[in-house]
Design a protein around this ligand. Sequence first.
Ligand code: AHR
Length: 330
Amino acid sequence: MKKKTLLAGFALLGALALTATGCASDSDATGDAGSGGDDGVVTVGFAQTGSESGWRSANTESMKEAFSAENGFELIFNAADNDTAAQIAAVRDFINQGVDAIVIAPIVEDGWDDVLQEAADAGIPVVLEDRTVSASDDLYASWVGLDFKKEGVMAGEWAAETFGDTPTKMVVLEGTTGSAPANDRAEGFDEAIEGTAIEKIDSQTGDFTRDGGKTVMEGFLQKYGADGIDLVYAHNDDMALGAIEAIEAAGAEPGVDIQIVSIDAVKDGMQALVDGKINFIVECNPLLGDLAAGLVLDVLDGKTVEKKVYVEDQTFTQEQAAEVIDSRPY
Ligand code: AHR
Protein backbone atom coordinates (compact mmCIF):
# COMPACT_ATOMS: atom_id res chain seq x y z
CA MET A 1 0.00 0.00 0.00
CA LYS A 2 2.89 2.33 0.70
CA LYS A 3 4.47 4.78 -1.68
CA LYS A 4 7.92 6.26 -1.47
CA THR A 5 7.79 9.29 -3.70
CA LEU A 6 6.45 12.67 -2.65
CA LEU A 7 3.52 13.69 -4.75
CA ALA A 8 3.19 16.74 -6.92
CA GLY A 9 0.23 17.96 -4.89
CA PHE A 10 2.55 18.44 -1.97
CA ALA A 11 4.68 21.09 -3.63
CA LEU A 12 2.34 23.35 -1.68
CA LEU A 13 3.67 22.02 1.59
CA GLY A 14 6.87 24.03 1.49
CA ALA A 15 4.87 27.25 1.33
CA LEU A 16 2.49 26.17 4.07
CA ALA A 17 5.33 25.12 6.30
CA LEU A 18 6.49 28.73 6.33
CA THR A 19 3.51 29.58 8.51
CA ALA A 20 4.32 26.80 10.93
CA THR A 21 7.03 26.58 13.53
CA GLY A 22 8.40 23.34 14.92
CA CYS A 23 10.43 21.76 17.69
CA ALA A 24 13.05 19.52 16.14
CA SER A 25 13.10 15.89 17.21
CA ASP A 26 13.62 12.58 15.55
CA SER A 27 10.82 10.09 15.23
CA ASP A 28 12.37 6.69 15.65
CA ALA A 29 10.13 4.87 18.17
CA THR A 30 7.10 5.50 16.04
CA GLY A 31 6.78 2.59 13.71
CA ASP A 32 8.60 0.82 10.93
CA ALA A 33 8.54 3.35 8.13
CA GLY A 34 9.53 0.65 5.64
CA SER A 35 6.34 -1.41 6.05
CA GLY A 36 3.38 -1.48 3.65
CA GLY A 37 2.54 -2.76 0.22
CA ASP A 38 3.93 -1.73 -3.14
CA ASP A 39 0.92 -0.56 -5.14
CA GLY A 40 1.96 3.07 -4.78
CA VAL A 41 -0.94 3.98 -2.49
CA VAL A 42 -0.50 5.09 1.13
CA THR A 43 -3.31 3.80 3.32
CA VAL A 44 -4.03 6.11 6.25
CA GLY A 45 -6.57 5.65 9.03
CA PHE A 46 -7.79 8.98 10.37
CA ALA A 47 -9.58 9.00 13.74
CA GLN A 48 -11.46 12.31 13.89
CA THR A 49 -13.17 13.53 17.09
CA GLY A 50 -16.64 13.84 15.55
CA SER A 51 -18.55 16.69 13.97
CA GLU A 52 -19.18 18.95 16.94
CA SER A 53 -18.47 22.34 15.39
CA GLY A 54 -17.96 24.46 12.30
CA TRP A 55 -14.24 24.27 13.04
CA ARG A 56 -14.40 20.48 12.95
CA SER A 57 -16.18 20.48 9.57
CA ALA A 58 -13.47 22.70 8.10
CA ASN A 59 -10.76 20.50 9.61
CA THR A 60 -12.34 17.30 8.25
CA GLU A 61 -12.62 18.85 4.79
CA SER A 62 -8.97 19.95 4.90
CA MET A 63 -7.88 16.43 5.92
CA LYS A 64 -9.97 14.72 3.26
CA GLU A 65 -8.61 17.04 0.57
CA ALA A 66 -5.01 16.45 1.61
CA PHE A 67 -5.35 12.67 2.05
CA SER A 68 -7.14 12.28 -1.29
CA ALA A 69 -6.81 9.52 -3.87
CA GLU A 70 -5.50 12.21 -6.23
CA ASN A 71 -2.62 12.78 -3.80
CA GLY A 72 -1.88 9.04 -3.64
CA PHE A 73 -3.72 8.13 -0.43
CA GLU A 74 -6.45 5.75 0.53
CA LEU A 75 -8.10 7.40 3.52
CA ILE A 76 -10.07 5.33 6.01
CA PHE A 77 -12.05 7.96 7.88
CA ASN A 78 -13.70 7.53 11.25
CA ALA A 79 -15.56 10.23 13.22
CA ALA A 80 -16.15 9.11 16.81
CA ASP A 81 -19.01 11.45 17.72
CA ASN A 82 -17.02 12.73 20.71
CA ASP A 83 -16.92 9.23 22.24
CA THR A 84 -13.41 8.50 23.52
CA ALA A 85 -13.89 4.72 23.75
CA ALA A 86 -15.18 4.65 20.17
CA GLN A 87 -12.20 6.68 18.99
CA ILE A 88 -9.72 4.32 20.64
CA ALA A 89 -11.61 1.35 19.14
CA ALA A 90 -11.32 2.97 15.70
CA VAL A 91 -7.55 3.27 16.11
CA ARG A 92 -7.36 -0.41 17.15
CA ASP A 93 -9.34 -1.25 14.04
CA PHE A 94 -6.84 0.67 11.88
CA ILE A 95 -4.01 -1.31 13.51
CA ASN A 96 -5.81 -4.61 12.77
CA GLN A 97 -6.31 -3.54 9.15
CA GLY A 98 -2.57 -2.98 8.82
CA VAL A 99 -2.75 0.59 7.53
CA ASP A 100 0.51 2.33 6.61
CA ALA A 101 -0.02 5.22 9.04
CA ILE A 102 -2.57 6.51 11.54
CA VAL A 103 -3.59 10.11 12.13
CA ILE A 104 -5.53 10.99 15.29
CA ALA A 105 -7.30 14.15 16.47
CA PRO A 106 -7.58 12.95 20.09
CA ILE A 107 -10.87 13.88 21.80
CA VAL A 108 -9.24 13.99 25.25
CA GLU A 109 -5.63 14.11 26.43
CA ASP A 110 -5.57 11.06 28.72
CA GLY A 111 -5.94 7.34 28.04
CA TRP A 112 -3.85 6.96 24.89
CA ASP A 113 -0.79 5.10 26.21
CA ASP A 114 -1.94 1.52 25.51
CA VAL A 115 -3.27 1.96 21.98
CA LEU A 116 -0.31 4.13 20.94
CA GLN A 117 2.01 1.41 22.25
CA GLU A 118 0.01 -1.16 20.22
CA ALA A 119 0.48 0.93 17.07
CA ALA A 120 4.22 1.22 17.76
CA ASP A 121 4.44 -2.55 18.38
CA ALA A 122 2.69 -3.13 15.04
CA GLY A 123 5.20 -0.83 13.31
CA ILE A 124 2.54 1.72 12.33
CA PRO A 125 3.58 5.37 12.74
CA VAL A 126 1.10 7.77 14.32
CA VAL A 127 0.79 11.49 13.58
CA LEU A 128 -1.44 13.58 15.85
CA GLU A 129 -3.29 16.60 14.48
CA ASP A 130 -5.13 19.39 16.28
CA ARG A 131 -5.29 18.13 19.89
CA THR A 132 -2.52 16.73 22.06
CA VAL A 133 -2.23 13.74 24.40
CA SER A 134 -0.64 13.29 27.82
CA ALA A 135 1.13 10.06 26.73
CA SER A 136 4.88 10.06 26.17
CA ASP A 137 5.87 11.70 22.88
CA ASP A 138 8.02 8.64 22.18
CA LEU A 139 4.73 6.92 21.25
CA TYR A 140 3.95 9.10 18.24
CA ALA A 141 5.97 10.51 15.37
CA SER A 142 4.74 14.08 15.33
CA TRP A 143 1.92 16.46 16.19
CA VAL A 144 0.64 19.40 14.15
CA GLY A 145 -1.77 21.97 15.55
CA LEU A 146 -2.31 25.21 17.39
CA ASP A 147 -1.01 26.65 20.64
CA PHE A 148 -4.23 26.43 22.67
CA LYS A 149 -2.73 28.04 25.75
CA LYS A 150 -1.58 31.02 23.71
CA GLU A 151 -5.10 31.29 22.27
CA GLY A 152 -6.45 31.48 25.83
CA VAL A 153 -3.84 34.07 26.76
CA MET A 154 -4.77 36.24 23.75
CA ALA A 155 -8.49 36.04 24.63
CA GLY A 156 -7.69 36.86 28.26
CA GLU A 157 -5.46 39.79 27.32
CA TRP A 158 -8.33 41.30 25.34
CA ALA A 159 -10.63 40.87 28.37
CA ALA A 160 -8.03 42.37 30.72
CA GLU A 161 -7.52 45.38 28.43
CA THR A 162 -11.26 45.85 27.84
CA PHE A 163 -12.47 45.53 31.43
CA GLY A 164 -9.30 46.33 33.39
CA ASP A 165 -10.25 47.55 36.85
CA THR A 166 -14.00 47.59 36.18
CA PRO A 167 -15.71 44.92 38.33
CA THR A 168 -16.84 42.31 35.76
CA LYS A 169 -18.90 39.15 36.23
CA MET A 170 -17.77 36.51 33.76
CA VAL A 171 -19.18 33.09 32.85
CA VAL A 172 -17.21 30.51 30.89
CA LEU A 173 -18.48 28.03 28.29
CA GLU A 174 -15.86 25.30 28.41
CA GLY A 175 -14.97 22.90 25.63
CA THR A 176 -15.10 19.12 26.03
CA THR A 177 -13.93 18.15 29.52
CA GLY A 178 -10.44 16.65 29.43
CA SER A 179 -9.66 17.91 25.93
CA ALA A 180 -6.42 19.78 25.32
CA PRO A 181 -8.12 22.96 24.03
CA ALA A 182 -10.49 23.12 27.03
CA ASN A 183 -7.63 22.61 29.50
CA ASP A 184 -5.16 24.96 27.84
CA ARG A 185 -7.58 27.73 26.88
CA ALA A 186 -8.82 27.87 30.49
CA GLU A 187 -5.28 28.01 31.85
CA GLY A 188 -4.09 30.67 29.40
CA PHE A 189 -7.11 32.93 29.96
CA ASP A 190 -6.96 32.64 33.75
CA GLU A 191 -3.29 33.60 33.71
CA ALA A 192 -3.98 36.64 31.52
CA ILE A 193 -6.78 38.04 33.72
CA GLU A 194 -5.00 37.46 37.00
CA GLY A 195 -4.99 40.63 39.11
CA THR A 196 -7.84 42.27 37.15
CA ALA A 197 -11.36 42.95 38.45
CA ILE A 198 -12.80 40.15 36.28
CA GLU A 199 -14.52 37.56 38.47
CA LYS A 200 -15.31 34.11 37.08
CA ILE A 201 -18.73 33.48 38.62
CA ASP A 202 -19.43 30.19 36.80
CA SER A 203 -17.89 27.77 34.31
CA GLN A 204 -19.47 24.71 32.66
CA THR A 205 -18.88 22.56 29.64
CA GLY A 206 -20.93 23.06 26.50
CA ASP A 207 -18.92 20.33 24.74
CA PHE A 208 -17.85 22.65 21.90
CA THR A 209 -21.37 22.47 20.40
CA ARG A 210 -23.86 25.21 19.58
CA ASP A 211 -26.66 23.40 21.43
CA GLY A 212 -24.40 22.84 24.43
CA GLY A 213 -23.44 26.53 24.53
CA LYS A 214 -27.08 27.56 24.31
CA THR A 215 -28.24 25.20 27.08
CA VAL A 216 -25.44 26.16 29.47
CA MET A 217 -25.98 29.87 28.81
CA GLU A 218 -29.73 29.48 29.43
CA GLY A 219 -28.84 28.00 32.83
CA PHE A 220 -26.46 30.87 33.62
CA LEU A 221 -29.09 33.44 32.64
CA GLN A 222 -31.68 31.76 34.85
CA LYS A 223 -29.27 31.65 37.76
CA TYR A 224 -27.70 35.11 37.53
CA GLY A 225 -30.08 37.07 35.28
CA ALA A 226 -28.89 38.98 32.22
CA ASP A 227 -28.00 41.91 34.49
CA GLY A 228 -25.75 39.67 36.57
CA ILE A 229 -23.45 38.71 33.68
CA ASP A 230 -21.09 41.14 31.92
CA LEU A 231 -18.85 38.82 29.92
CA VAL A 232 -18.95 35.37 28.31
CA TYR A 233 -15.71 33.55 27.51
CA ALA A 234 -16.57 30.75 25.08
CA HIS A 235 -13.88 28.20 24.27
CA ASN A 236 -15.17 28.12 20.68
CA ASP A 237 -17.37 30.07 18.27
CA ASP A 238 -20.12 27.47 18.14
CA MET A 239 -20.79 27.75 21.87
CA ALA A 240 -20.66 31.56 21.55
CA LEU A 241 -23.29 31.33 18.81
CA GLY A 242 -25.48 29.18 21.07
CA ALA A 243 -24.99 31.73 23.87
CA ILE A 244 -26.08 34.53 21.53
CA GLU A 245 -29.39 32.72 20.95
CA ALA A 246 -29.91 32.31 24.70
CA ILE A 247 -29.05 35.95 25.45
CA GLU A 248 -31.41 37.24 22.75
CA ALA A 249 -34.19 34.94 24.00
CA ALA A 250 -33.67 36.45 27.46
CA GLY A 251 -34.30 39.91 26.00
CA ALA A 252 -30.71 41.16 26.25
CA GLU A 253 -28.33 42.33 23.53
CA PRO A 254 -25.28 40.11 22.92
CA GLY A 255 -22.11 42.13 22.35
CA VAL A 256 -23.58 45.12 24.19
CA ASP A 257 -25.36 44.10 27.42
CA ILE A 258 -23.22 40.99 27.66
CA GLN A 259 -19.89 41.01 25.85
CA ILE A 260 -18.53 37.82 24.28
CA VAL A 261 -15.00 36.65 23.50
CA SER A 262 -14.50 33.34 21.71
CA ILE A 263 -11.99 31.21 19.81
CA ASP A 264 -11.94 29.74 16.27
CA ALA A 265 -12.81 32.50 13.73
CA VAL A 266 -15.02 30.22 11.61
CA LYS A 267 -17.38 31.88 9.13
CA ASP A 268 -20.47 32.05 11.39
CA GLY A 269 -18.42 33.32 14.30
CA MET A 270 -16.78 35.99 12.16
CA GLN A 271 -20.21 37.06 10.86
CA ALA A 272 -21.46 37.44 14.44
CA LEU A 273 -18.34 39.52 15.16
CA VAL A 274 -19.04 41.74 12.15
CA ASP A 275 -22.67 42.02 13.32
CA GLY A 276 -21.52 43.24 16.74
CA LYS A 277 -22.83 40.20 18.63
CA ILE A 278 -19.36 38.89 19.50
CA ASN A 279 -16.71 41.38 20.64
CA PHE A 280 -13.39 39.64 19.97
CA ILE A 281 -12.26 36.36 18.39
CA VAL A 282 -8.96 34.51 18.57
CA GLU A 283 -8.33 32.35 15.52
CA CYS A 284 -7.75 28.59 15.64
CA ASN A 285 -6.76 27.57 12.13
CA PRO A 286 -8.42 24.26 11.10
CA LEU A 287 -6.57 23.89 7.78
CA LEU A 288 -4.05 21.32 8.96
CA GLY A 289 -4.52 18.68 6.26
CA ASP A 290 -1.54 19.43 4.01
CA LEU A 291 0.85 19.70 6.94
CA ALA A 292 -0.44 16.41 8.43
CA ALA A 293 -0.15 14.62 5.06
CA GLY A 294 3.37 15.98 4.56
CA LEU A 295 4.39 14.68 7.98
CA VAL A 296 2.94 11.23 7.22
CA LEU A 297 4.87 11.01 3.96
CA ASP A 298 8.09 12.20 5.57
CA VAL A 299 7.77 9.69 8.41
CA LEU A 300 7.09 6.86 5.96
CA ASP A 301 10.11 7.97 3.94
CA GLY A 302 12.22 7.67 7.09
CA LYS A 303 12.96 11.38 7.30
CA THR A 304 13.47 13.20 10.57
CA VAL A 305 10.41 15.30 11.34
CA GLU A 306 9.61 17.95 13.92
CA LYS A 307 8.00 16.46 17.01
CA LYS A 308 5.71 19.48 17.33
CA VAL A 309 4.59 21.69 14.44
CA TYR A 310 2.75 24.82 15.53
CA VAL A 311 0.55 26.81 13.16
CA GLU A 312 0.30 30.53 13.97
CA ASP A 313 -3.04 32.10 14.96
CA GLN A 314 -4.22 35.71 14.73
CA THR A 315 -6.90 37.76 16.49
CA PHE A 316 -9.84 39.79 15.20
CA THR A 317 -11.69 42.85 16.46
CA GLN A 318 -15.10 43.68 14.94
CA GLU A 319 -13.48 46.15 12.54
CA GLN A 320 -10.76 43.71 11.46
CA ALA A 321 -13.36 40.97 10.91
CA ALA A 322 -15.35 43.24 8.58
CA GLU A 323 -12.24 43.80 6.47
CA VAL A 324 -11.32 40.13 6.02
CA ILE A 325 -14.55 38.16 6.24
CA ASP A 326 -15.11 37.85 2.48
CA SER A 327 -11.63 36.46 1.89
CA ARG A 328 -11.64 33.90 4.70
CA PRO A 329 -11.31 30.32 3.39
CA TYR A 330 -13.44 28.77 6.15
O1 AHR B 1 -9.58 21.16 18.98
C1 AHR B 1 -9.99 22.33 18.36
C2 AHR B 1 -11.36 22.68 18.86
O2 AHR B 1 -12.25 21.61 18.60
C3 AHR B 1 -12.01 23.87 18.18
O3 AHR B 1 -11.72 25.08 18.77
C4 AHR B 1 -13.45 23.53 18.39
O4 AHR B 1 -14.33 24.32 17.67
C5 AHR B 1 -13.43 22.11 18.02
O5 AHR B 1 -14.53 21.41 18.29
